[in-house]
Design a protein around this ligand. Sequence first.
Ligand SMILES: [Fe+2]
Ligand SMILES: [Fe+2]
Length: 323
Amino acid sequence: MTEAAGRDAEHDLESRFEATISRDQRIEPRDWMPEGYRRTLIRQIAQHAHSEIIGMQPEGEWITRAPSLRRKAILFAKVQDEAGHGLYLYSAAETLGIDRAELTERLLEGRQKYSSIFNYPTLSYADVGVIGWFVDGAAICNQVPLCRSSYGPYARAMVRICKEESFHQRQGYELLMTMMRGTDAQREMVQDAVDRWWWPSLMMFGPPDDDSPNSAQSMAWKIKRHSNDELRRRFVDMTVPQAAKLGVTLPDPELRWNEERGHHDFGTPDFSELKEVISGNGPCNTERIERRRAAHEEGAWVRAAASAHAAKQAARAREEAVA
Ligand SMILES: [Fe+2]
Ligand SMILES: [Fe+2]
Protein backbone atom coordinates (compact mmCIF):
# COMPACT_ATOMS: atom_id res chain seq x y z
CA MET A 1 0.00 0.00 0.00
CA THR A 2 1.34 3.44 -0.88
CA GLU A 3 1.60 6.09 1.76
CA ALA A 4 -1.37 7.99 0.27
CA ALA A 5 -3.53 4.86 0.20
CA GLY A 6 -2.60 4.20 3.83
CA ARG A 7 -3.72 7.70 4.74
CA ASP A 8 -7.01 7.19 2.90
CA ALA A 9 -7.66 3.92 4.72
CA GLU A 10 -6.95 5.57 8.06
CA HIS A 11 -9.23 8.44 7.12
CA ASP A 12 -12.02 5.96 6.26
CA LEU A 13 -11.69 4.24 9.60
CA GLU A 14 -11.78 7.53 11.39
CA SER A 15 -14.94 8.70 9.65
CA ARG A 16 -16.61 5.38 10.35
CA PHE A 17 -15.69 5.80 14.04
CA GLU A 18 -17.06 9.36 14.11
CA ALA A 19 -20.26 8.23 12.40
CA THR A 20 -20.81 5.46 14.96
CA ILE A 21 -20.40 7.97 17.79
CA SER A 22 -22.74 10.50 16.23
CA ARG A 23 -25.44 7.85 15.65
CA ASP A 24 -25.18 7.06 19.38
CA GLN A 25 -24.11 3.53 18.59
CA ARG A 26 -21.49 1.62 20.54
CA ILE A 27 -17.82 1.18 19.81
CA GLU A 28 -16.85 -2.45 20.42
CA PRO A 29 -13.39 -3.96 21.11
CA ARG A 30 -13.06 -5.25 17.51
CA ASP A 31 -13.69 -1.77 16.04
CA TRP A 32 -11.00 0.65 15.01
CA MET A 33 -10.64 3.56 17.43
CA PRO A 34 -8.31 6.55 17.68
CA GLU A 35 -5.38 6.07 20.05
CA GLY A 36 -6.52 8.99 22.20
CA TYR A 37 -9.95 7.41 22.68
CA ARG A 38 -8.35 4.12 23.71
CA ARG A 39 -5.92 5.83 26.09
CA THR A 40 -8.63 7.98 27.67
CA LEU A 41 -10.85 4.95 28.23
CA ILE A 42 -8.04 2.89 29.72
CA ARG A 43 -7.25 5.72 32.12
CA GLN A 44 -10.88 6.27 33.08
CA ILE A 45 -11.89 2.60 33.42
CA ALA A 46 -8.71 1.74 35.32
CA GLN A 47 -9.22 4.67 37.67
CA HIS A 48 -12.77 3.51 38.20
CA ALA A 49 -11.69 -0.12 38.83
CA HIS A 50 -8.98 1.00 41.28
CA SER A 51 -11.58 3.10 43.14
CA GLU A 52 -13.86 0.09 43.60
CA ILE A 53 -11.00 -2.00 44.99
CA ILE A 54 -9.42 0.66 47.21
CA GLY A 55 -12.96 1.68 48.21
CA MET A 56 -13.35 -1.66 49.99
CA GLN A 57 -10.87 -0.55 52.66
CA PRO A 58 -12.53 2.32 54.59
CA GLU A 59 -15.71 0.34 55.20
CA GLY A 60 -14.05 -3.07 55.28
CA GLU A 61 -12.35 -1.97 58.48
CA TRP A 62 -15.75 -2.04 60.19
CA ILE A 63 -16.81 -5.57 59.24
CA THR A 64 -15.35 -7.10 62.39
CA ARG A 65 -16.84 -4.31 64.50
CA ALA A 66 -20.37 -4.26 63.08
CA PRO A 67 -22.95 -3.73 65.86
CA SER A 68 -25.09 -6.77 64.97
CA LEU A 69 -25.09 -9.87 62.81
CA ARG A 70 -27.59 -8.21 60.44
CA ARG A 71 -25.36 -5.14 59.99
CA LYS A 72 -22.34 -7.36 59.47
CA ALA A 73 -24.11 -9.36 56.75
CA ILE A 74 -25.20 -6.17 54.97
CA LEU A 75 -21.76 -4.59 55.14
CA PHE A 76 -20.08 -7.81 54.05
CA ALA A 77 -22.35 -8.03 51.01
CA LYS A 78 -21.70 -4.42 50.11
CA VAL A 79 -17.93 -4.62 50.35
CA GLN A 80 -18.00 -7.85 48.34
CA ASP A 81 -20.06 -6.10 45.64
CA GLU A 82 -17.32 -3.48 45.34
CA ALA A 83 -14.77 -6.24 44.70
CA GLY A 84 -17.07 -7.52 41.95
CA HIS A 85 -17.32 -4.02 40.44
CA GLY A 86 -13.54 -3.83 40.36
CA LEU A 87 -13.39 -7.16 38.53
CA TYR A 88 -15.96 -6.24 35.85
CA LEU A 89 -14.13 -3.00 35.25
CA TYR A 90 -10.67 -4.56 34.99
CA SER A 91 -12.19 -6.98 32.47
CA ALA A 92 -13.68 -4.07 30.52
CA ALA A 93 -10.25 -2.38 30.49
CA GLU A 94 -8.64 -5.61 29.25
CA THR A 95 -10.81 -5.50 26.12
CA LEU A 96 -8.79 -2.39 25.20
CA GLY A 97 -5.61 -4.43 25.06
CA ILE A 98 -4.13 -3.79 28.49
CA ASP A 99 -3.35 -6.41 31.09
CA ARG A 100 -4.85 -6.26 34.57
CA ALA A 101 -1.47 -7.00 36.16
CA GLU A 102 -0.07 -3.94 34.38
CA LEU A 103 -2.93 -1.78 35.72
CA THR A 104 -2.34 -2.99 39.28
CA GLU A 105 1.34 -2.19 38.83
CA ARG A 106 0.46 1.35 37.72
CA LEU A 107 -1.79 1.83 40.75
CA LEU A 108 0.85 0.62 43.19
CA GLU A 109 3.49 2.84 41.61
CA GLY A 110 1.18 5.85 41.85
CA ARG A 111 1.01 6.28 38.07
CA GLN A 112 -2.77 5.79 38.08
CA LYS A 113 -5.26 7.33 40.48
CA TYR A 114 -8.36 6.25 42.34
CA SER A 115 -11.17 8.38 43.72
CA SER A 116 -10.00 11.00 46.24
CA ILE A 117 -12.86 10.10 48.61
CA PHE A 118 -11.27 6.85 49.77
CA ASN A 119 -8.36 8.71 51.34
CA TYR A 120 -10.49 9.84 54.28
CA PRO A 121 -10.72 7.80 57.50
CA THR A 122 -13.88 6.09 58.82
CA LEU A 123 -14.15 7.08 62.48
CA SER A 124 -17.45 5.55 63.58
CA TYR A 125 -20.15 3.15 62.38
CA ALA A 126 -22.18 6.15 61.24
CA ASP A 127 -19.50 6.60 58.56
CA VAL A 128 -20.67 3.33 57.00
CA GLY A 129 -24.14 4.83 56.66
CA VAL A 130 -22.94 8.19 55.38
CA ILE A 131 -20.61 6.57 52.83
CA GLY A 132 -23.55 4.54 51.51
CA TRP A 133 -25.77 7.61 51.35
CA PHE A 134 -23.25 10.17 50.00
CA VAL A 135 -20.46 8.24 48.32
CA ASP A 136 -22.58 5.56 46.67
CA GLY A 137 -25.17 8.28 45.95
CA ALA A 138 -22.52 10.36 44.19
CA ALA A 139 -21.35 7.24 42.38
CA ILE A 140 -24.90 6.72 41.10
CA CYS A 141 -25.08 10.31 39.77
CA ASN A 142 -21.74 9.78 38.03
CA GLN A 143 -22.41 6.30 36.74
CA VAL A 144 -26.02 6.19 35.56
CA PRO A 145 -25.09 8.33 32.51
CA LEU A 146 -22.12 6.01 31.89
CA CYS A 147 -24.61 3.23 31.07
CA ARG A 148 -24.89 5.18 27.78
CA SER A 149 -21.14 5.58 27.35
CA SER A 150 -19.98 5.07 23.76
CA TYR A 151 -17.69 2.14 24.64
CA GLY A 152 -19.80 -1.04 24.75
CA PRO A 153 -18.03 -3.14 27.41
CA TYR A 154 -17.86 -0.15 29.80
CA ALA A 155 -21.50 0.79 29.30
CA ARG A 156 -22.66 -2.79 29.86
CA ALA A 157 -20.56 -3.22 33.02
CA MET A 158 -22.13 -0.01 34.31
CA VAL A 159 -25.69 -1.34 34.07
CA ARG A 160 -25.17 -4.06 36.66
CA ILE A 161 -22.90 -1.88 38.80
CA CYS A 162 -25.56 0.83 39.03
CA LYS A 163 -28.20 -1.63 40.23
CA GLU A 164 -25.88 -2.68 43.04
CA GLU A 165 -24.92 0.91 43.86
CA SER A 166 -28.55 1.72 44.52
CA PHE A 167 -28.70 -1.10 47.07
CA HIS A 168 -25.58 0.42 48.65
CA GLN A 169 -27.14 3.81 48.87
CA ARG A 170 -30.31 2.44 50.44
CA GLN A 171 -28.53 0.33 53.03
CA GLY A 172 -26.58 3.43 54.09
CA TYR A 173 -29.68 5.59 54.34
CA GLU A 174 -31.60 2.90 56.22
CA LEU A 175 -28.73 2.53 58.72
CA LEU A 176 -28.77 6.29 59.31
CA MET A 177 -32.57 6.30 59.70
CA THR A 178 -32.22 3.63 62.38
CA MET A 179 -29.50 5.59 64.18
CA MET A 180 -31.56 8.79 64.03
CA ARG A 181 -34.40 6.96 65.80
CA GLY A 182 -31.93 5.87 68.51
CA THR A 183 -30.18 7.80 71.29
CA ASP A 184 -28.80 11.36 71.33
CA ALA A 185 -25.29 9.91 71.13
CA GLN A 186 -26.25 8.04 67.95
CA ARG A 187 -27.80 11.16 66.40
CA GLU A 188 -24.60 13.05 67.19
CA MET A 189 -22.53 10.34 65.52
CA VAL A 190 -24.63 10.69 62.37
CA GLN A 191 -24.34 14.48 62.30
CA ASP A 192 -20.58 14.29 62.89
CA ALA A 193 -20.18 11.84 60.00
CA VAL A 194 -22.32 14.06 57.74
CA ASP A 195 -20.14 17.07 58.63
CA ARG A 196 -16.95 15.22 57.77
CA TRP A 197 -18.10 13.56 54.51
CA TRP A 198 -20.19 16.27 52.86
CA TRP A 199 -17.43 18.36 51.26
CA PRO A 200 -15.19 15.44 50.26
CA SER A 201 -18.28 13.88 48.62
CA LEU A 202 -18.90 17.03 46.56
CA MET A 203 -15.24 16.85 45.47
CA MET A 204 -15.83 13.36 44.05
CA PHE A 205 -17.24 15.02 40.92
CA GLY A 206 -13.81 16.43 40.18
CA PRO A 207 -12.54 19.96 39.64
CA PRO A 208 -14.89 22.72 38.40
CA ASP A 209 -15.65 22.68 34.68
CA ASP A 210 -13.34 25.57 33.83
CA ASP A 211 -10.45 23.64 35.39
CA SER A 212 -11.15 20.22 33.88
CA PRO A 213 -8.98 20.02 30.75
CA ASN A 214 -9.94 16.52 29.51
CA SER A 215 -13.69 16.90 29.88
CA ALA A 216 -14.50 18.49 26.50
CA GLN A 217 -12.84 15.71 24.50
CA SER A 218 -14.47 13.01 26.66
CA MET A 219 -17.87 14.61 26.09
CA ALA A 220 -17.28 14.82 22.33
CA TRP A 221 -16.42 11.12 22.31
CA LYS A 222 -19.51 10.46 24.46
CA ILE A 223 -17.39 8.68 27.04
CA LYS A 224 -18.67 11.26 29.48
CA ARG A 225 -22.22 12.58 29.17
CA HIS A 226 -22.44 15.46 31.67
CA SER A 227 -19.95 17.96 33.06
CA ASN A 228 -18.53 17.78 36.61
CA ASP A 229 -20.48 20.83 37.80
CA GLU A 230 -23.71 19.56 36.29
CA LEU A 231 -23.37 16.22 38.12
CA ARG A 232 -22.41 17.95 41.36
CA ARG A 233 -25.57 20.08 41.12
CA ARG A 234 -27.68 17.02 40.47
CA PHE A 235 -26.21 15.32 43.57
CA VAL A 236 -26.96 18.33 45.77
CA ASP A 237 -30.54 18.57 44.49
CA MET A 238 -31.07 14.89 45.15
CA THR A 239 -29.49 14.88 48.63
CA VAL A 240 -30.98 17.99 50.27
CA PRO A 241 -34.54 16.61 50.67
CA GLN A 242 -33.10 13.32 51.91
CA ALA A 243 -31.14 15.21 54.59
CA ALA A 244 -34.31 17.01 55.68
CA LYS A 245 -36.20 13.74 55.98
CA LEU A 246 -33.36 12.24 58.00
CA GLY A 247 -33.17 15.28 60.27
CA VAL A 248 -29.51 16.19 59.74
CA THR A 249 -27.96 19.51 58.71
CA LEU A 250 -25.66 19.69 55.70
CA PRO A 251 -22.64 21.79 56.73
CA ASP A 252 -23.00 24.55 54.13
CA PRO A 253 -24.33 27.97 55.20
CA GLU A 254 -24.81 28.97 51.54
CA LEU A 255 -27.10 26.06 50.79
CA ARG A 256 -30.61 27.22 49.79
CA TRP A 257 -33.29 26.56 47.20
CA ASN A 258 -33.16 28.94 44.25
CA GLU A 259 -36.72 29.24 42.95
CA GLU A 260 -35.66 31.01 39.78
CA ARG A 261 -33.11 28.40 38.68
CA GLY A 262 -35.07 25.46 40.03
CA HIS A 263 -31.90 24.19 41.71
CA HIS A 264 -30.12 24.64 45.03
CA ASP A 265 -27.42 27.25 45.45
CA PHE A 266 -24.48 25.90 47.40
CA GLY A 267 -20.96 26.80 48.52
CA THR A 268 -17.76 25.93 46.69
CA PRO A 269 -15.79 22.94 47.94
CA ASP A 270 -12.16 23.60 48.87
CA PHE A 271 -10.60 22.49 45.61
CA SER A 272 -7.08 23.05 46.95
CA GLU A 273 -7.81 20.20 49.38
CA LEU A 274 -8.90 18.05 46.43
CA LYS A 275 -5.59 18.79 44.66
CA GLU A 276 -3.65 17.84 47.78
CA VAL A 277 -5.54 14.57 48.22
CA ILE A 278 -5.19 13.67 44.54
CA SER A 279 -1.47 14.34 44.63
CA GLY A 280 -1.02 11.86 47.47
CA ASN A 281 -1.27 14.05 50.56
CA GLY A 282 -4.70 13.10 51.87
CA PRO A 283 -5.13 11.71 55.39
CA CYS A 284 -4.96 8.02 54.36
CA ASN A 285 -3.25 7.83 50.92
CA THR A 286 -0.13 6.03 52.15
CA GLU A 287 -2.09 3.60 54.29
CA ARG A 288 -4.47 2.71 51.44
CA ILE A 289 -1.72 1.95 48.92
CA GLU A 290 0.34 0.04 51.48
CA ARG A 291 -2.64 -2.11 52.35
CA ARG A 292 -3.30 -2.73 48.66
CA ARG A 293 0.35 -3.66 48.06
CA ALA A 294 0.35 -6.09 51.01
CA ALA A 295 -2.87 -7.71 49.74
CA HIS A 296 -1.33 -8.04 46.28
CA GLU A 297 1.80 -9.67 47.67
CA GLU A 298 -0.18 -11.97 49.94
CA GLY A 299 -2.24 -13.02 46.92
CA ALA A 300 0.78 -13.98 44.80
CA TRP A 301 0.37 -17.70 45.56
CA VAL A 302 -3.28 -17.60 44.44
CA ARG A 303 -2.31 -16.10 41.09
CA ALA A 304 0.53 -18.62 40.71
CA ALA A 305 -1.82 -21.52 41.53
CA ALA A 306 -4.48 -20.26 39.12
CA SER A 307 -2.00 -19.92 36.24
CA ALA A 308 -0.53 -23.38 36.95
CA HIS A 309 -4.04 -24.84 36.92
CA ALA A 310 -4.92 -23.04 33.67
CA ALA A 311 -1.70 -24.30 32.06
CA LYS A 312 -2.47 -27.87 33.14
CA GLN A 313 -5.98 -27.68 31.76
CA ALA A 314 -4.74 -26.28 28.46
CA ALA A 315 -2.16 -29.09 28.20
CA ARG A 316 -4.88 -31.68 28.89
CA ALA A 317 -7.14 -30.16 26.25
CA ARG A 318 -4.28 -30.34 23.74
CA GLU A 319 -3.61 -34.01 24.61
CA GLU A 320 -7.29 -34.86 24.20
CA ALA A 321 -7.40 -33.07 20.85
CA VAL A 322 -4.44 -35.15 19.59
CA ALA A 323 -5.86 -38.47 20.91
FE1 LIG B 1 -19.09 0.09 43.42
FE1 LIG C 1 -21.00 0.96 46.05
